[in-house]
Design a protein around this ligand. Structure first.
Ligand code: PLP
Length: 389
């Protein structure tokens, strides 16, 4: 990264202002930098933002997915269904519980978990479904919940891309048993690293609080700050997945501007769509009635049949113009470990295979100045026009 020229457009650049910097410095100057009052405040603000009754902050969304499955008692002998078009963390979280992941193709239209495929994949061992609101576009959660409830299966929503996403005003993450959010460096709200679980089930939230902190009955802020019991008690073999006040300080400031940044990306969405409309590519799907798109990723599908270059060559050409981009995703069934260990064949995944070969995500940070947006859009148009078959 350091070898890139100064004007290189970094994919997924965060919007960090003086407020974030001051908030971190203030925690550093305080006498507590661990999990404490700032984490509590971040949990409270986040809970209020997504309109959920409980929120538990964590070190990552990956740990959130894992702990949510653990808290449901999912393990060896169980199956958990998720989509082929996701980040590996979704599937790893299932594997680490001892359960078997069952991978389903995505829909060609929404790029989210294919619902017919989901119904076919449900069997006697199925304990949970992890739908992913891929790139911020909500899964059809009413239908997912109908299917899940009919079979008595729990739903954990992977909301890593979907902090702002809603269906008829209801936030993604509030449909199933729990929703897991990510504050990784490139996500819409970042805390450097971090995650959040939301749920309306207080006992489930309490279990996550215990599991995130070694299985201790009380956290150390309570013990050291003088309002807690003298001794902790280990009630489970827990994990280490807490968020710190340093991270929460960044997250709190970021959350204040979440909707302002969303509005900026919504504007950019329109600008990108009209600038790229007549090129050999498929534009990302727009919002439907009642859907609030999270606008996390602006993913194009290159029409490679009409081009003399592959997607990877396109990315290299963009890079040589000083423009970074991303691939979301080369799907799960194409990754060696999952392919070999789960015996996944491309024949079962025609849609995700199609997308994996053609998808490219353009820089889409609300921090981008107009001049850089112009450079990105012109770059894409020129590269594609120069390579039409
Ligand atoms: C980023 C991401 C995760 C993991 O989030 P972390 O906070 O980095 O652990 C999980 N699922 C999806 C779809 C993601 O994009």
């Amino acid at each position: 990264m350091n070898s890139k020229p100064a004007n290189y457009v970094v994919f997924g650049a965060p919007v960090i202002g003086e407020a974030e910097i001051d908030a971190v410095v203030s925690v550093l100057r305080s006498r507590w930098i661990g999990t404490g009052p700032v984490v509590r405040a971040f949990e409270e603000q986040f809970r209020a933002y997504v309109d959920s009754s409980q929120a538990v902050a964590l070190s990552s969304c990956s740990h959130g997915l894992f702990l949510a499955l653990k808290a449901l008692g999912i393990g060896e002998g169980d199956e958990v269904i998720t989509t082929d078009m996701t980040f590996c963390a979704t599937v790893n979280s299932i594997i680490h519980t001892g359960a078997a992941p069952v991978i389903v193709d995505c829909s060609r239209e929404t790029l989210n978990l294919c619902l017919e495929g989901l119904e076919r994949a449900i069997g006697p061992a199925t304990k949970a479904i992890i739908p992913v609101h891929f790139r911020g576009y909500p899964c059809l959660m009413n239908r997912v919940m109908e299917i899940a409830d009919h079979h008595g299966i729990k739903v954990i929503e992977d909301c890593a891309h979907a902090i702002e996403a809603r269906i008829d005003g209801k936030h993604c993450g509030t449909f199933g048993q729990a929703g897991c959010f990510s504050f990784y460096a490139t996500k819409n709200v970042t805390s450097g690293e971090g995650g959040m679980i939301i749920t309306d089930d207080p006992e489930f939230a309490e279990e996550i609080r215990v599991l995130r902190n070694h299985g201790l009955s009380r956290d150390s802020w309570n013990r050291y700050s003088g309002d807690g019991a003298l001794h902790y008690d280990v009630v489970r073999p827990g994990f280490k997945a807490n968020m710190t006040d340093l991270q929460a300080a960044i997250g709190l400031e970021q959350l204040k501007r979440v909707d302002a940044k969303w509005s900026r990306r919504a504007e950019m969405w329109g600008e990108y769509r009209s600038a790229l409309a007549d090129l050999p590519l498929e534009l990302p799907s727009d919002s439907d009635e009642g859907i609030r798109h999270g606008y996390h990723l602006f993913t194009l599908l290159l029409d490679i049949e009409k081009l003399t270059i592959t997607r990877d060559q396109f990315i290299t050409l963009l890079d040589s113009r000083g423009i970074g981009s991303g691939v979301h995703y080369r799907s799960i069934h194409e990754q060696s470990y999952f392919k070999n260990e789960l015996g996944l064949s491309p024949d079962s995944f025609p849609n995700s295979s199609f997308i994996s070969e053609r998808t490219v995500s353009l820089p889409f940070s609300p921090a981008l100045p107009e001049g850089e947006i112009e450079r990105i859009l012109t770059g894409v148009a020129e590269i594609l026009s120069e390579h039409i078959r």
